[in-house]
Ligand binder design. Structure first.
Ligand SMILES: [Zn+2]
Length: 224
C-alpha cells in the first residue's frame, strides 16, 4: 500500500535511478548526483505535508529546517561575527520548525491544493529559484534540482492514484481520481494564491534558455 514507507522508498528508488543514470550518461558528477537523489526523495513526500499528523510533516519540516539552517550558516558565515552568526542560525532553525510548520498546518487542507500537479510545479520552481538565486548554482543544475523535486512529487501523486489509500495506509479512501489533479477544484482561490506566488518567483528563476538547453541535452540522449 502507498503508505509513508512506500512513498519514501519508491521516491528514493526513483531518485537513485535519476542520479545514477545521469551520472552514467555523463550529465553530472557524483557530487552533483547525490543531492538529486535527496531532492527526488523530498519531492516524494512533499504532497502529504498538509496532513496534520503525518510522518511527512515532521520529516519535511525537519529537513527544511536543516537545509535552511545549513544554507543560512553558509551564506552568513563571512558576514557576521561568530555570536551573531550562531544566533542567526538558531533563529532560522526555530523559525522554520516552530513558526512556519504550525502556520502551514493552520492554512492547509489535506489533499487540497498541495496534493496537485500545480503544487508539484510550485515545489519544483521553488527548488530551482532557491538553488540558483540563493545558493548560486549554475542555471542548468538549478533546473535539474527543480526537475528532481518535480519527479518526486509526480511519483507520489501517481502512487496515490494507483493505490487510492490514505497516506498511513490505514484505510481505503473514496479518493480515486483525486490524487493526480491539476489543482484543488473545491478551493480554486488557493490555486490562484499559488499562481501569484509562482509569478512572484519568476525573477529568481534561472533563464528559460538554460531550461531549453537542458531539455535538448536530455532528448539527445534518448535512443533514436
Ligand atoms: Zn499523498
Amino acid at each position: 500500500m502507498a503508505n509513508f514507507g512506500t512513498h519514501i522508498s519508491v521516491a528514493a528508488g526513483s531518485g537513485c535511478v535519476l542520479a545514477l543514470g545521469g551520472w552514467h550518461l555523463g550529465l553530472w558528477t557524483p557530487w552533483q548526483a547525490w543531492p538529486l537523489m535527496l531532492l527526488t526523495t523530498l519531492g516524494g513526500i512533499m504532497p502529504d505535508i498538509d496532513s496534520d499528523h503525518s510522518h511527512s510533516v515532521r520529516l519535511v519540516f525537519g529537513l527544511l529546517a536543516f537545509i535552511s539552517t545549513a544554507s543560512a550558516a553558509w551564506l552568513l558565515q563571512a558576514r557576521l561575527d561568530f555570536g551573531y552568526w550562531l544566533m542567526a542560525c538558531a533563529a532560522t532553525y526555530l523559525m522554520v520548525r516552530y513558526l512556519l510548520a504550525p502556520l502551514f498546518k493552520r492554512f492547509s487542507v489535506h489533499r487540497g491544493v498541495w496534493h496537485s500537479l500545480l503544487a508539484a510545479l510550485f515545489v519544483a520552481w521553488t527548488g530551482s529559484a532557491l538553488s540558483h538565486g540563493v545558493l548560486g548554482q549554475p542555471a542548468w543544475l538549478a533546473w535539474t534540482h527543480g526537475t528532481a523535486l518535480l519527479l518526486g512529487c509526480l511519483v507520489h501523486l501517481t502512487l496515490d492514484e494507483v493505490y487510492s489509500v490514505d497516506l498511513e495506509g490505514m484505510r481505503l479512501k473514496r479518493s480515486f481520481g483525486t490524487a493526480l489533479k491539476l489543482f484543488d477544484y473545491d478551493r480554486p482561490w488557493r490555486a490562484v494564491v499559488l499562481l501569484l506566488l509562482m509569478a512572484a518567483m519568476l525573477p529568481w528563476l534561472p533563464s528559460w534558455q538554460s531550461l531549453a538547453a537542458v531539455g535538448e541535452q536530455w532528448l539527445a540522449l534518448w535512443p533514436q
